[in-house]
Design a protein around this ligand. Structure first.
Ligand SMILES: [Zn+2]
Length: 440
């Protein structure tokens, strides 16, 4: 059991990160979307997030599509990563090695996997019928149609390792990488991949399609390639699912697990809650003995497009996430950081992330008393009432009465920031009420 969680990570897309308010082209959802703001907004959004991270104990800010031509490519990435380094925060590139566009998400770069596959169609993954595989995310949770590479093709392997080495040479300010192989992307069905998976006995899953053998087949060489250039880089291996719901991870003799265990202790293994979350939450297991020496991370999807919706208050879930991580021997936690702390619920989520990572066995009452009450200019009881009121999005008929209650609380408050937070809650709830009474 741990008494503090040392690694705190924010996970983000470029296109739906909105730390600057009132900008044109904001998106609140999506995977693999186009970037729709003006290019310079990308840097402004990320610098604000980094400032928050530096001030509130967030160690690393991740970004999917850090590198795109339309928001400045290497030059803006260099400025963002350098700004973060100055403030003691790392920027991690979140990237797919066989899918999601590779290291350079969109543009005229040799680091773009899509460009590589366009030139080398023989390197593409195969569908059941032998045709090249693409991934097409469903609207509104995605947009682009992206090619997928074959993990068994030696030319793909060389390309992945060469581009990783190049990236860390060309962008020494980069704090690290969260690498993936492809979770929603269908796995390659070519003969070589089928044979390799059968041999490695990776506990593959069909729905969603996850291949531990794809991951274990490249993560060790990819990590060692990165460290040969940048020894202090954080290398986060996305495991997609959770060891609690895949028995393969419990087996130290499994060939995939053995391959992962060739990595040094400094490697991060990131375990998610998204696939089969119920079992993970109800039956949380300690980290298997043979994986304990790694830096493990528990990543959750609170208050996002995939869970309760943006700007919802999820402080109790964040408390549980941190408590379960500490009890399981997991040293790190990760949540989304895409939304501005202007949204009072989001601000409290981020503050809960800091507070419960510092004190994973503290109570919600203690958080309300020590963190919320001073910011709401009220007692601990009234701060706890804020938490209850924010939950009325699930009981919308009670919102008009809650609105009146907030108005009464506001009458006794003179501090501007405390007023702003209560007014935010009122407006947030009323938007849900308004929607509940519309005819169409
Ligand atoms: Zn293949």
């Amino acid at each position: 059991m741990l008494d503090k969680l040392n690694y705190r990570l924010f996970w983000n897309w470029d296109h739906s990160t909105n730390w600057c308010l009132n900008t044109v082209g904001r998106q609140n959802t999506g995977v693999s979307n186009l970037y729709t703001k003006r290019g310079p907004e990308f840097e402004r959004d990320y610098k604000r997030m980094i400032e928050w991270a530096a001030d509130h104990g967030v160690s690393s800010v991740g970004c999917v599509a850090l590198l795109r031509d339309c928001h400045g490519g290497f030059e803006s990435a260099r400025r963002i990563c350098g700004y973060a380094r100055e403030k003691g925060v790392r920027v991690n590139l979140i990237a797919g090695l066989y899918s999601y566009g590779g290291l350079y998400y969109e543009g005229k770069s040799q680091l773009s996997l899509n460009n590589f596959l366009e030139k080398h169609p023989e390197c593409m993954a195969k569908d059941m019928d032998g045709t090249p595989r693409f991934i097409q995310f469903r609207h509104p949770h995605g947009w682009m149609r992206e090619p997928v590479a074959c993990p068994s093709n030696p030319a793909v392997r060389n390309y992945v390792l060469d581009t990783l080495a190049y990236l860390f040479m060309a962008l020494p300010e980069l704090g690290g990488i969260q690498m993936e192989t492809g979770d929603c992307t269908p796995v390659c069905m070519c003969e070589k991949c089928r044979e390799r998976r059968a041999l490695w006995k990776g506990g593959e899953r069909r729905i969603p399609q996850l291949s531990l053998s794809d991951m274990a087949g490249i993560y060790p060489d990819a990590a060692n390639t990165i460290w040969s250039i940048s020894p202090d880089a954080w290398v986060v291996c996305e495991m997609y699912t959770h060891y609690t719901n895949n028995p393969v991870y419990q087996d130290a003799e499994n060939p995939c697990v053995k391959a992962m265990c060739t990595l040094p202790d400094k490697c991060f293994l990131q375990w998610g809650d998204r696939h089969f979350p119920k079992k993970v939450w109800e039956d949380f297991q300690p980290v298997p003995e043979h994986l304990r020496r790694f830096r493990n991370i528990y990543r959750c999807h609170h208050s996002t497009q995939w869970a309760e919706g943006r700007h919802t208050l999820t402080v109790e879930k964040i408390r549980r996430q941190c408590e379960m991580a500490a009890d399981a021997g997991i040293q790190g936690v990760s949540i989304f950081g895409e939304c501005s702390a202007f949204h009072a619920n989001t601000e409290f989520n981020y503050l809960a992330f800091q507070y419960f990572a510092d004190h994973p066995h503290a109570t919600l009452r203690a958080f309300a008393e020590e963190v919320m009450a001073p910011r709401l200019a009220c007692t601990a009881d009234v701060a706890e009432r804020y938490i209850q009121l924010a939950d009325l999005i699930y009981d919308r008929a009670k919102i008009p009465a809650a609105s009146a209650e907030i108005t009464k609380i506001l009458a006794g408050i003179t501090d501007y920031d405390a007023q702003r937070r209560w007014m935010y809650l009122g407006s947030f709830l009323n938007a849900y009420y308004w929607e509940s009474i519309q005819k169409n």
